[in-house]
Design a protein around this ligand. Structure first.
Ligand code: FA5
Length: 358
């Protein structure tokens, strides 16, 4: 062995020993990687030591070369072993640490939520009818054509059944007599209740309905409330009494209420109910005219009428023995009038700055 190769060999062994200690002393991954760069990096100590190779005798170059590779591999192994040990230690520390309590309150104060304004108004309306003796019921939003249209005496070519107005649900192989759709009104609850029980009954129901509508006062999804009462000898007088009591509870006891003739296929006679405009009422109780009521002094709030005998027959109720009335209203419309909201779409944008106002 030449002097050069002997001193390289001794140097490499010392280097290897030094880095075994350096790696052992590194107590995190960053320090460990720093130490590795110092020995194996481009300007690292091992690379520098190899510069001495040029002085090694040609016949010893091979064995010194092999030694260098062994030392490099052994430093690499020491590094990997220490890295694995550090990672294992971190994992164990994490597992042994006190568990993070997900139920702890956040650092920033979080405002309390509340019911959506549409839901608040819907509950208020339902409560008024419940206090008048109506019982609450429920109906599905995906309905068959018969319960939404046919049994309510809509003629088959009625424009409401048109693709323009109704969302039809495409079900392959569905029976054409039971085509599914998204209900366009809550009057399906009338059909379901009257088909499944015997009068007398007074029912109120609220929920989402769907139409292909979209502008500042019409939304593709909105909410309605439906109510109906069936018994012997029910007349238009009871309809007027119940709906007047309702309107005056909702808008105030001195609110004027009027009934205007109107048409719905499932009632006869049919009417629309208007209340005196809540926006242009002046202090002495008289009403001026305003933009919201289009200078008429009246606001339409619901549709109603005496249940058509044809609807009773479709639901298996004796139309000779029973009469009844029904009504339906848009909840968003009531909420918009109550809070002076000019555009229905803000009710569904879920902007917390808007919702926090209710
Ligand atoms: C009906 O839906 C009848 N089922 C109501 C009824 C029930 C009449 C029982 C007689 C007896 P109409 O299509 O007019 O009626 O809708 C009722 C209310 O829903 C409207 O006055 C309006 O306030 C609301 N409305 C209708 N379309 C929309 C829409 N796209 N967005 C928001 N509200 C709407």
């Amino acid at each position: 062995m030449s002097d050069a190769s002997g001193s390289i060999e001794a140097g490499l062994e010392a280097l290897s020993e030094r880095y075994r200690q350096r790696f052992a002393d590194a107590d995190d991954e960053l320090a460990l990687r720093g130490a590795r760069a110092e020995v194996l990096g481009k300007k690292g100590e091992l690379t520098t030591a190899l510069r001495g190779m040029k002085d090694v005798a040609p016949d010893q170059k091979k064995s010194v070369g092999e030694l260098v590779n062994r030392v490099r591999a052994s430093i690499e192994d020491m590094f990997e072993a220490r890295l694995a040990a550090l990672r294992q230690g971190m994992l164990e520390a994490e597992l042994n640490a006190r568990p993070f309590d997900l139920s702890l309150p956040g650092r920033l104060p979080v405002g309390r939520g509340h019911l959506h304004p549409v839901r608040q108004v819907m509950d208020e309306i339902l409560d008024i009818f419940k206090s008048l003796g109506f019982e609450a019921s429920w109906g599905p939003e995906v309905e068959v054509e018969a319960n939404n249209f046919t049994k309510l005496a809509f003629p088959p070519d009625h424009p409401a059944t048109d693709m323009q107005d109704t969302f039809w649900v495409d079900v392959a192989g569905a029976d054409p007599a039971a085509r599914p759709l998204l209900r366009t009104h809550t009057s399906n609850v009338q059909v379901r209740e009257m088909s499944s029980r015997k009068p007398p009954m007074a029912v109120v129901s609220g929920g989402a309905v769907y139409r292909r509508d979209d502008d500042v006062t019409h939304s593709p999804m909105f909410h309605q409330i439906e109510g109906f009462l069936v018994d012997q000898r029910v007349s238009f007088a009871e309809l007027k009494g119940v709906l007047t009591a309702f309107a005056q509870r909702l808008y105030g006891p001195d609110t004027p209420v009027r009934f205007r003739p109107s048409y719905f296929p499932f009632v006869e006679p049919g009417a629309e109910v208007d209340v005196g405009c809540v926006f242009c009422k002046v202090e002495d109780g008289t009403r001026a005219s305003c933009r919201v009521c289009k200078t008429s002094g009246w606001l339409e709030i619901l549709g109603c009428g005496m249940i058509h005998p044809e609807v009773f027959r479709h639901c298996g109720i004796d139309a000779e023995a029973y009469t009844g009335f029904a009504f339906g209203m848009g909840v968003e419309r009531v909420a918009m009038l109550r809070y002076g909201i000019p555009d229905i779409r803000v009710l569904f944008e879920n902007d917390p700055r808007f919702l926090a106002q209710f």
